[in-house]
Design a protein around this ligand. Sequence first.
Ligand SMILES: Cc1ncc(COP(=O)(O)O)c(C=O)c1O
Length: 345
Amino acid sequence: MMEQFKIDLRSDTVSKPTREMLEAMMSAEVGDDVFGDDPTVILLESKAAAMFGMEAALFCPSGTMTNQLAIRSHCAPGSEVICDQLSHIYLYEGGGIALNAFSSVRLLNGDRGRLTAQQVENAINNPNDVHQPLTRLVSLENTVNKGGGCIYDFNEIVKIKEVCKKNNLKLHLDGARLFNALVETAVTPVKYGETFDSISICLSKGLGCPVGSLLIGDKDLISKSRRFRKVMGGGWRQAGYLAAAGIYALDNNIERLKDDHIRAKAIGKMLEEKSFIKHIYPIETNIVIAELPENFPAADFVKLLADKNVLCVSMGKHLIRFVTHISFTQNDLDYFEHVIKAIEV
Ligand SMILES: Cc1ncc(COP(=O)(O)O)c(C=O)c1O
C-alpha cells in the first residue's frame, strides 16, 4: 500500500497547481501583455508593487530572469557586483552577471550565505582607482537556498543598506523564497520595499504556481527591465492565465508556508536519528540540508532513496537537500518516515 507513494523533495519548484489555482487560471481575463493590455498581468504587477510599498513590478517567466534584469538594469558594463559565494545569482544563473551585465563579481564568504555590513564595506573598490571595477551593486539572498533556507537578520540588512547609501551602491534582493522568511519573522514586506532598490520574488516555488516571478522596484528600474526583458525574448502575450495563478497564490498560499516549515523540521528529526547522518544545518524554513560522512557519497544516498520512490538532490559530494512544498502532504511525510526508518547502512 505504502509503495504506491512517489515523493518529490528535490525542490519546491516541483509542486503542482491545486484545483483552486487551476480554476483561477482558467477563468482569467487576458489581453496581450506586450501591448500592455492584459488586465490580469496588470493586476498582479500592481498588487505585488503595493504589497511591498514600491512603485512598479514586472511579471517574468523565472527568478533567473528577474535577478538578471535587476543586475542588468543597475549595472553598466565594467561594474562589479558584491554577493556571497553561495548566491544563486553567481552559482546557478549561467554566468549571467558577465553575459548579460558585462560585470564582474566580488564573492564574499558569509555565514551560510549571509553577509555582514562590515564584509560589504570592506569589499567596495576605491572609485577613484582606475585599476578596479566600479562597485555598483550589492545582492543579498533571503532565504539562502545553499545555506539551508536560513533567514537574514533584518537589522543586518538595514546596516548593509546604510553602507550602500554611503557608497552610492544599489541593493538587490533575490527573494525567491522571501515569503518563507516573512512568515517566520515580524518584518513586513513594506520594510523590505523601503530597504531594497529591487526585489525578485518567485511565485513558482513555495507559493505553488506553475510558472512566474516578479521584479519589484521603482518605475525607472521596471521600465528599463521591461525593455531588457523584451530583448531577451521574454515579452509574453496572454500571460494573464499565469498571472491569475500568481494572484491566487498571493491571496491564499502565503500563511500555509508554515506547514512546509513544520514538515521540514519533522524530516530533520527523522534524519537526526540515523547514525549515517553526520550533521544537519539548522532548519529555519522549508529546506533541509544534511551532511553524510566521508565514506557515504551523496549520489549513493540519492539513489538509495530514489529506489524507494523518494526524490532528493545532492548539493555537493556529501550534502543532500530536501525541500518541502505545497504538494508534500502529511501522508507523504508518513511514507517518508517509513522509508527513512527502514534504511540501514
Ligand atoms: C535562491 C534562488 N534564486 C533564484 C532562483 C531562480 O529561479 P528560476 O528557477 O525560476 O529561474 C532559484 C531557483 O531555484 C533560487 O533557489
